[in-house]
Design a protein around this ligand. Structure first.
Ligand code: ME8
Length: 563
């Protein structure tokens, strides 16, 4: 009875969403749909997908103040743009959580209380980046001189010399940092460092891809963790949840934000209770995040959970960034691609396929305009739909199915029969036998690897194999030219081309449905594949399924409306 929870980070609504946010949402949406497909036939399976907006903190407070807007109104408007992106791109979440939601504010206070034994108060001095909502150590800070030159700050830097005109930046993100001294609550991260090391070592899949797990372990083993500041004076930060029993302090936005992953599952008691569904969901949680926020999800978050005596998530999957001219696309820099603009011209399935087919989570990518056109025209229209329309249009595919389905079903490698029927044409026989062999190899590969690769977010590997399938089938179709066959004695040959075209599209659609939910839904209708069969991965073999032998009356009409 799998209970699976899949999350995106909750995004700052300080500007409209961009392609980077769409990417995380698409990765997560596809993972959710894949899990629903994989467990379709398992009773009581539940897959929950949550996303939302992270609405507190100085970053938001300042962004609203800059526009002279009421902060609540400001976040209401911008949060909607993220929700809208999901609706417009068929990103199918179960809950869109906002950190200003009542149940969340309550949960954060409970979570704070549950962790309070590991907290202390003290003075906090350091370099703070409002944009990154985090403090940075001195060796990550440089000064930008009036002539634009960037220089490291001196070793024993004299903080009393800081004036408003001097500018300092963090060397990782290049965002501005300011020196600040204040009274804060601190979390004693070191109390759990060894427990976290043990957890990561005993659960090698806890952080994926592996390279991040390795570098994090090195960091954790390199020495004690400093106390983490987890509150700010309310007079400086008032757009936040107050610390329980001490309203002069406000809860640090990251403590508040991470807790969203609990709010969406239920109360802390429910999540702690091993007999409760919320507990199962928590243990089976996959957090999908960008590599910019690893520290928060892979160090702070598991440590807070350990402190509150709550189960840890199953894994954190980290993806790389979309760049613009080599620089990370970001709201603060404004160098962004707007997915909504593309959605005005392209359908949502083409958007998802083009971004997932042209990236892998391990490497940063540069977005190209041509991805969309290449996907829609090059792949979905010319390769996929073409195959359907060519095989449904002029012929009655039922005869093809009646002849070829039993042959493939018994033994899909039954090339002897296939070749026998085309033996009079040597070059044709060669193409057909080679291609059918390759199709079989890909289908065998998919049968063994589809679930594993999808689970590891290697979507590109799957889309590449699926495009190969279409190419090989189109080549067979072209070579056999069934439209030119008039002689009854050659009808088996004609029917073979029709059968392959239809059946490869059926199999393609079963595998591709997590990425192309709209198009494949329409294709299943065209191919008369019943819902239970469209969700059955065991039927991804040539000649399987019950939909053949029926006439595809609606074929043409629907094809023209597929995309
Ligand atoms: O960090 N390429 O919110 P955020 C790929 N509120 N993905 C990108 C990206 C890019 N160029 N830019 C952003 C926050 N992302 C916090 C999270 S969670 C408890 C709190 C995606 O609005 C990526 O998923 O800055 C990244 O981790 C996230 O947006 C950061 O969004």
């Amino acid at each position: 009875m799998p209970k699976i929870h899949i999350t995106t980070p909750i995004f700052y609504p300080n500007a409209k969403p961009h392609l980077g946010h769409f990417y995380t949402l698409a990765l997560t949406d596809v993972q959710t749909r894949f899990n629903k497909l994989r467990y379709f036939n398992v009773a009581n399976n539940k897959v929950k997908f949550t996303t939302g907006t992270d609405e507190h903190g100085l970053k938001i407070q300042n962004a609203a103040a800059k526009l002279n807007l009421d902060t609540q109104k400001f976040v209401d408007q911008l949060s909607l743009t993220f929700k809208d992106l999901c609706v417009q791109s068929n990103i199918n979440y179960d809950r869109f959580i906002r950190t200003t939601d009542k149940d969340h504010m309550h949960e954060v206070k409970e979570f704070w209380r549950a962790c309070s034994k590991d907290m202390c108060t003290g003075e906090h001095k350091g370099w703070y980046s409002i944009s990154d909502e985090t403090f940075y150590p001195e060796n990550f800070v440089k000064e930008v001189l009036p002539d634009g030159k960037i220089v490291p700050i001196e070793k024993e830097f004299d903080y009393t010399t800081i004036t408003d005109t001097r500018k300092f930046i963090n060397t990782d993100t290049n965002n501005q940092v300011k020196y600040s001294i204040e009274e804060n609550y601190f979390f004693k991260l070191e109390n759990y460092r060894h427990q976290l090391i043990d957890h990561i070592e005993n659960n090698p899949d806890f952080i994926q891809p592996k390279k991040y797990s390795v570098s994090l372990l090195n960091l954790l083993k390199s020495g004690p963790l400093s106390n983490l500041s987890i509150s700010r004076p309310s007079q400086r930060l008032n757009w936040a949840i107050p610390v329980p029993e001490n309203a002069s302090q406000s809860i640090y936005v990251w403590f508040d934000a991470l807790c969203n992953y609990l709010t969406v599952l239920g109360s802390l008691e429910d999540i702690r209770d091993s007999a409760n569904e919320a507990h199962e969901f928590m243990k089976n949680t996959t957090h999908v995040i960008g590599k910019d926020i690893i520290k928060f999800h892979c160090i702070y978050w598991p440590i807070f959970l350990m402190s509150a005596n709550l189960p840890l998530p199953k894994r954190v999957v980290v993806h790389s960034h979309w760049l613009n001219d080599g620089v990370k696309m970001s709201k603060s820099l404004g160098n962004v691609v707007d997915p909504i603009e593309y959605l005005a011209t392209y359908d949502t399935d083409s958007m998802k396929w083009s971004i997932l087919h042209n990236s892998c989570i391990e490497n940063d990518g540069n977005f190209k305009d041509t991805y969309l056109k290449d996907t829609r025209n090059g792949i979905l229209v010319n390769k996929l739909c073409n195959l359907v329309s060519r095989s449904s249009k002029k012929f009655d595919p039922s005869t093809a199915i009646n002849y070829w389905q039993p042959i493939f079903r018994q033994n899909s490698n039954n090339l002897v029969v296939v070749l026998e029927s085309i033996k009079d044409n040597a070059s044709m026989s060669q193409v057909i036998s080679k291609n059918i062999c390759e199709i079989e190899q890909i289908l065998n590969w998919l049968e063994k690897n589809y679930a594993k690769q999808m689970e590891s977010f290697n979507y590109q590997m799957i889309t590449t194999k699926l495009v190969n399938l279409l190419d090989l089938t189109n080549e067979i179709f072209q070579e056999m030219a069934p439209w030119s066959i008039k002689n009854e004695s050659e009808f088996n040959k004609r029917d073979l081309a029709l059968f392959l075209a239809n059946d490869v599209v059926r199999i393609f659609s079963i595998y591709a449905q997590p990425i192309l939910p709209d198009i494949t839904d329409k294709l299943f209708k065209v191919l008369l594949v019943p819902t239970n069969e469209s969700k059955d991965l065991a039927l991804c073999k040539l000649g399987h399924g019950s939909s053949y032998g029926k006439r595809y009356e609606n074929g043409l009409n629907i094809i023209s409306r597929v995309i």
